[in-house]
Design a binder for this molecule. Structure first.
Ligand code: AMP
Length: 328
């Protein structure tokens, strides 16, 4: 039962004076919000505890959430508890020093690819990992303190990972958790402006995407973003990758994919896969990836593999449309 697992996690947090929080590579609002939100809850509840988030990357659009902690000596990890949030497999944990921690806890909402850690709490039906952290807080409300900073971090993750509460994974529990945060006084107008206003130049890139996107035979919308396009619009990899959101509202396209050339020496092409109704994670898993049923990531290394992945996605859509009604 999840309450017993949550109780075991609470006991471990109580037991340790030093705690390191970890998240996944290519960070997003959910993993950053979950680490920062949990850190705030722990330090507001037990000011004597030292809680660290040590990472070398923080997505530009999330810098408003505040800086990371300075690196500490490796020996500090040895007597600490590590908590990894929002990360399905060890290979995706961004700071490899999680291995140095005395004990490790995994809290995640992805389809489990791998069991790691001494305590594992996975609820894949949760719309975000932040939702799990809020649920954890709500389970022990008499003990834990939720301040405005914690609520804002957690709300950021809930909003971004649920597509502003639009995706299928949003449940009554999601909104009950969000309500708990709003009660603390999250300033949603400022948060939404920080997250979603777009630069004038970025809109030009969007126009370019709409001109270039294509559709496979059965209805997979896709866009290939090469290095030249990124240079033409002066985009970081992260900005270029955000284009996946622009393909999500095409009638008849129940899956959509963005391929982004990273420009590294291995010619790595980042793949972002999204779908509604049908499940796209199987395709991602065939290509060095994984994630959620309707939101996954993968990596390919050639144009041939791009074609192969598109063929597989097209088959998923074809089969879904042949066997189901009510998709649009
Ligand atoms: P992205 O398109 O990178 O935002 O990924 C969508 C979702 O899939 C996120 O929840 C990621 O954490 C997850 N994901 C991305 N890449 C991988 C991967 N290689 N293995 C497992 N999960 C992944």
């Amino acid at each position: 039962m999840s309450i017993e697992i949550k109780k075991a996690i609470l006991d471990k947090i109580k037991e340790y004076n030093k705690i390191f929080l970890f998240r996944h590579i290519r960070n997003d609002g959910d993993c950053v919000g979950a680490t920062k939100g949990l850190k705030e809850i722990i330090t507001a509840t037990w000011p004597e505890k030292s809680v660290y988030i040590i990472d070398t990357e923080l997505a530009k659009y999330l810098e408003f959430m505040g800086p990371e902690d300075d690196e500490v000596d490796d020996t500090e990890y040895a007597e600490a508890l590590g908590i990894v949030l929002d990360t399905a497999s060890e290979a995706r944990i961004s700071n490899p020093k999680y291995k140095l921690c005395k004990e490790l806890i995994k809290i995640d909402h992805h389809i489990p690819l791998e069991a790691y850690g001494d305590i594992i709490w996975v609820e894949e039906e949760r719309s975000s990992c932040c939702e799990m952290v809020v649920d954890f807080y709500m389970s022990f409300k008499d003990t834990l303190v939720l301040n405005n900073d914690a609520a804002t971090h957690l709300y950021t993750g809930m909003v971004t990972d649920s597509g502003r509460f639009k995706y299928d994974g949003v449940t009554g529990d999601t909104l009950r958790c969000a309500a708990e945060l709003l009660d603390v006084g999250v300033k949603t107008d400022i948060l939404f402006a920080r997250l979603y206003l777009e630069a004038f130049e970025y809109l030009k890139f969007k126009a370019h995407i709409y001109n270039r996107m294509q559709i496979t035979e059965n209805g997979v919308a896709y866009i290939y973003i090469d290095r030249a396009m990124q240079e033409e619009f002066n985009l970081s990899l992260e900005q270029a990758s955000a284009c996946i959101g622009n393909l999500d509202s095409i009638r008849g396209c129940i899956a959509w994919i963005a391929f982004i050339e990273t420009g590294d020496e291995k010619n790595t092409i980042r793949v972002r896969l999204r779908s509604r109704f049908c499940h796209i994670n199987g395709v991602a898993e065939n290509h060095n990836g994984g994630g959620h049923a309707c939101a996954s990531g993968a990596t390919v290394y050639s144009k041939e593999e791009v074609e192969q992945l598109l063929k597989e996605a097209d088959e998923v859509v074809r089969d879904y449309k042949a066997n189901n009604e009510d998709w649009l």
